[in-house]
Design a protein around this ligand. Structure first.
Ligand code: SAH
Length: 468
């Protein structure tokens, strides 16, 4: 048991002593919630090198006198990564000269997206415990380090096929005392990417999500031509060894392997995700998802200023859907590739119109339906409903009237997940306070039926129409 966990138990077990600590599970959730806002905005602005130099003498030593950082100088780039990890995450890092030196803001973006993907595709509060699999963790082991630092309830399995990277990854885990939360696992190129089947699968108990920063390029020529087409000079220290950057068939082949494995494992893993280096690959892979009947997926775009763009794709066989802003790219050109709409605004309240009135109406309407459950959260101004079928159509309501006369209907207010009847649609109705208008939005939370979700939103829109 970790000393931190022991401490919490000690606090709770001492009779007569007032405990300062919340129970471990609750404590981890609270930490996640308060820290998240801080982490989310860490790299919103361009990095201020002068400020970094003031805080870290090692960084000051590589900064040029004019305040510029020489990105073609491997030592300088590596120091930037070390400095950011130390100042922003309290993490230590040791890297060899001949392996990839990960740019922290880009790697951090992937973790930020994953946190929201995992959080929003669940009825549990943000920060639920989860185990991630980082496929190809590299010498840095950067994703598991960043993930466990930000989420006290997360664990990781980190794999690689490169002996030198594995050795450094293990060292970096030990350097940060994270051995009890990160397991580094060596793989062979012919092994499965997800170690839940085959060789050494007994070492991995459970995985909630996968992540991968695959070798993007099909060949060294492909890598060089891609670097040349960029406006910025290539980061020499971030180029990496061929094993890290190149694989047969490039990223499409690598992610397709993950897709093939996911078609066997299905809901054993909630989210399968990968980073992508080429926009065109996103389209190709989404076509593959659709061809395999996968409708629950998410796309995001990572942008750092005017620099390199990257994308991430995630898919799930489960019914829980992520939030609209997590799953759909806002910039133009992405509509065709994006998953179905996950949030529909059904009312825009003009200033001066009563919000309480709208809340009362929403609850009246929802309680009049034969839902599996409807729970209103007064503080969050949000209700969650679940239904086994369309119970708002005229035909369904006529049927209800008939059934009522024979007292056939049963209304359940069971908590999500506790009912034996299958839920076809889960949704939130949220009153979102804005300036100058407040809106009511229906969010799709659960299920695979986009038509049913849109139908519910249309129904509610009609019921609230006169309040706008
Ligand atoms: N995750 C790190 C490193 C990414 S480079 C980062 O983001 O900085 C890609 C990594 O995938 C390399 O370390 C490479 O050795 C590893 N890799 C390539 N094929 C693999 C496979 N089949 N299984 C596991 N790792 C693999």
């Amino acid at each position: 048991m970790s000393s931190k966990k022991r401490k919490v138990l000690d606090d709770l077990e001492q009779p007569g002593r007032k405990s300062q600590a919340a129970p471990a599970s609750q404590q981890s959730l609270n930490v996640a919630a308060s820290d998240d806002a801080h982490f989310r905005h860490l790299y919103d602005r361009e990095l201020d090198f002068k400020q970094l130099a003031e805080k870290d003498v090692d960084f000051a030593a590589v900064l040029q006198e004019n305040g510029h950082l020489d990105f073609t100088e491997p030592k300088a780039v590596m120091q930037l990564t070390k400095t950011l990890l130390s100042l922003d995450f309290n993490l230590k890092l040791e890297l060899p000269d001949d392996r990839l030196c990960p740019p922290v803001p880009n790697r951090h973006n992937y973790i930020l997206w994953l946190k929201e993907l995992v959080d929003t595709s669940s009825y549990e509060p943000p920060g639920r415990p989860a185990c991630g699999l980082d496929i190809g963790t590299g010498a840095s082991c950067i994703y598991p380090l960043l993930g466990t630092t930000q989420r006290p309830s997360w664990r990781f399995v980190a794999t690689d096929i490169d002996e030198k990277s594995l050795q450094y990854a293990r060292e970096n885990v030990a350097l940060n005392h994270l051995e009890d939360r990160i397991t580094v696992l060596g793989r062979q190129p012919e092994d499965t990417l997800i170690p839940l089947r085959g060789r050494e699968s007994e070492k991995v108990i459970h995985i909630d999500f996968t992540m991968m920063n695959p070798p993007f390029y099909e060949s060294e020529d492909d890598m060089l031509s891609s670097a040349q087409s960029k406006v910025r000079p290539p980061h020499s220290a971030c180029t990496g060894a061929p094993v890290e950057m190149v694989c047969e068939g490039g990223e499409i082949a690598h992610i397709s392997r993950m897709l093939e494995e996911s078609l066997v494992l299905k809901e054993e893993v909630q989210w399968y995700t990968s980073m992508l280096g080429k926009a065109s690959s996103v389209e190709t892979l989404v076509d593959k998802l659709k061809a395999n009947g996968i409708d629950n997926y998410a796309i995001t775009e990572f942008i750092q200023g005017n620099k390199t763009r990257r994308w991430a794709l995630g898919w799930s066989f489960g019914p829980m859907r992520p939030a609209e802003h997590v799953a759909r790219v806002k910039t133009s050109g992405w509509k065709k590739v994006s998953p179905p709409v996950l949030a529909i605004e059904v009312l825009s309240l003009h200033p001066g119109r009563s919000i309480d009135h709208a809340i009362t109406r929403i609850n009246e309407v929802m309680r009049s339906l034969e839902l599996l459950s409807w729970n209103w959260d007064t503080d969050a101004r949000k209700g969650t409903g679940r239904t086994r079928e369309n119970v708002w159509s005229r035909a369904s309501r006529r049927k209800k009237m008939r059934d009522q006369s024979t007292s056939f209907s049963v209304l359940s207010s069971a908590a999500p997940g506790s009912d034996p009847v299958q839920c076809r649609l889960g949704f939130d109705v949220a009153v979102e306070m804005g300036v100058p208008t407040t809106t009511v939005t229906v969010h799709w939370r659960e299920g695979h039926d986009a038509v049913m979700f849109e139908s519910l939103a249309g129904f509610l829109q009609g019921k609230l129409k006169d309040l706008g």
